[in-house]
Ligand binder design. Structure first.
Ligand code: GTP
Ligand code: MG
Length: 339
């Protein structure tokens, strides 16, 4: 099982201090204590959001502080309370205390919330401390400090998009370009023996999980090559990216490759081919690629969205991942609206 993990620091806002002040006005000779209370600090709250799929954004920001309460003031003016800070997390995130590993929350439903760092209470102003013997108290409370914590966030990853292609088509190269996954890459078939997952961050709040899987060859549905191992992993993905080598260097015809790949998927499970599918026409940096791409486009017409890419140079990968993220998002919201 693959996990996405992040460590963050959270701190509730401190409470504002209570104020010591006395009423001093014309015609009011012995004005009483008049110091207002400090405001409460805001809390840090985690909230599950079904529109988020990975924890990758937390690699870019790790510190989260809610705002503090303002101090009390004279004339009995209370300090303003700090605002709560809401951090949105994907549904399915488990939240642990980093110090002792205690599970603080398991966010399983959209909208579910948990307070992970309470804001400090505001201190009371001196108006609260009048007694029968002490009419003019020179005392007020300090605000409490907000709670602070290190948290570990964990999310079980399920692949959203699977890379399907012949051995050597460039699947591992592609995933290593667009994510932090580092599968082995080599110029011989069946380099990848186990699936690798990588989180692809398209932009803030917009990411998906890509799976690199062992290469597929004709007969895979019967277990030839690494067939079954490969196909089992494809079963769970929402979208298929066919990675075709359009360079022609290995004497392959990309159109024919696509036909075989599709056939293998259909023979394994006909439902697979009804998922959204796009084509990554890879190795576009090589000499004959453009010509082969034109032929492929002619052969396929408008059946598929084709993205010319070079996993090696990075060309075209942005357009591909952006579109895939978009398709996955609309897939997920479709599933949600059916439930
Ligand atoms: N010129 C060029 N070479 C590429 C490109 N993408 C991958 N390669 C090369 O193709 C070879 C195979 O790449 P991999 O990423 O290992 O291919 P794979 O599809 O993961 O292969 P298997 O794991 O065996 O199924 C490597 O030598 C890569 O450097 C590309 O866009 N352009
Ligand atoms: Mg590979």
């Amino acid at each position: 099982m693959f996990y996405d993990e992040a460590k963050i620091y959270v701190k509730g806002g401190d409470g504002g201090n209570g104020c010591i002040a006395f009423r001093r006005e014309k015609y009011v000779p012995f004005g009483g204590p008049w110091g207002g209370d400090g405001g409460h600090g805001g809390s840090v709250i985690l909230q599950a959001d079904e529109g988020l799929y990975t924890l990758v954004d937390f690699r870019y920001q790790q510190h989260y502080k809610a705002s503090r309460g303002m101090h009390g003031q004279g004339k009995n003016k209370h300090g303003k309370s700090g605002e709560d800070l809401i951090i949105r997390l994907p549904v399915g995130t488990v939240v642990k205390d980093a110090l002792n590993g205690e599970i603080l929350a398991d966010l399983t439903a959209h909208g579910q919330e948990v307070v992970v760092a309470k804001g400090g209470k505001g201190g009371r102003g001196n108006a609260h401390f009048v007694t029968s013997t002490q009419q003019a108290p020179y005392m007020a409370e300090k605000g409490e400090l907000g709670e602070e914590r290190q948290l570990i966030l964990q999310l079980k990853l399920l692949a959203d998009a699977g890379l399907v292609g012949f051995p050597n088509a460039g699947k591992s190269t592609l995933i290593s370009r667009v994510s932090a996954a580092r599968p082995q890459i080599a110029a011989y078939p069946f380099t990848t023996l186990n699936p690798h997952l990588g989180v692809v961050r398209v932009e803030s709040g917009y990411s998906f999980v890509m799976a690199d899987i062992p290469g597929l060859i004709a007969g895979a549905h019967q277990g030839i090559g690494l067939g079954h191992r490969f196909l089992r992993h494809i079963e769970r993905t929402r979208l298929i990216i066919y990675v075709l080598d359009v360079s022609g260097t290995e004497g392959r015809d990309p159109g024919e490759d696509l036909r075989i790949l599709k056939e293998e998927l259909t023979l394994y499970d006909p439902a697979l081919t009804s998922r959204p599918q796009v084509i990554a026409a890879n190795k576009i940096d090589l000499p004959d690629a453009a010509k082969n791409l034109t032929r492929l486009k002619e052969a396929l017409g408008s059946q598929y969205e084709i993205f010319p890419v070079s996993a090696l140079t990075g060309e075209g990968l942005k357009a591909l991942t952006y579109r895939v993220a978009e398709l996955i998002r609309s897939q997920k919201s479709e599933v949600r609206s059916q439930n």
